[in-house]
Write a protein that binds this ligand. Sequence first.
Ligand code: SF4
Length: 317
Amino acid sequence: MSLLEVENLSVEFATAKGTFRAVDSVNYSFNKNEIVSIVGESGSGKSVSMLALMGLLPTSASVTADKMIFNGENLLGLDTHQRRKIVGNDMTMIFQEPMSSLNPCFRIGFQIVESLRQHVGGTKRECEKVAIELLGRVGIPAPEKRMKAYPHQLSGGMCQRVMIAMMIACKPQLLIADEPTTALDVTIQSQILDLISDLQHTEQMSIVLITHDMAVVAETADRVIVQYAGQQVEQQNVEHLFDHPKHPYTQALLAALPERAAPGKLKSIPGVVPGQNDKPRGCLFNPRCEYAQPRCREEAPLYKDHARCHFPIPATQ
Ligand code: SF4
């Protein structure tokens, strides 16, 4: 059952060198109780598109969409005040750097309690009780003691757990996690991913996981959306995507996984994601695509049958 439906979402920024289209007509459909991963390199528009949904972009951004329905409510028809009631309660977001999301001047307990009082309500004592219970739920040992700690007294992994506790306090229906493990040590990364997966089951949430890391996708997601240079280029369930990628970019991302590399030979994708001034004609991926043909340099491919490619990779390859 669909929780969020978005059609034709675009985001543009006015810059000194002209208009930059960071997100180009993407569609999303997130179902209840699933984990969807949006994957792609930096510059693919993953975070910008989710910030646009949350209404968190600066006023210099121009956001347009044909449809943005969250849990039956048309987000496009809401004013800022009405939108804020949804964002932060039913739809929340955690970011890559937990240290910069927490206020360094206040104790952890104070920050969670304030967030609870603002979004859920209750007395200080009631909120403190809930905060301790939340910290325990996200795996923080001795939660009562940690309530008195300042962010700098906790590790990055602990701070990310605190952020997750704050975000689930309002029992959101949709949690957007933007590269939640990128700033953490490898061993802690997998603990945080396990926590996110467990919470999805216990709290019955939908989760959108933004990442550039296909290994994170494999470990966590039910469904995957691949973005490149602001466009959606492929969308499939995780098993299909890993077994039979249709788009050459997806195939290249998978080939760059260390476990798929030949001994001693790590593969990378040549070139970089095009920016505002170097977008190529035709398919945006054509300068980096090993399958590019003359048509790809002239004609932009349409998105159809799960991929945006003139010559999708057949399942047998
Ligand atoms: Fe490669 Fe052409 Fe497909 Fe673009 S349209 S991904 S250049 S094969």
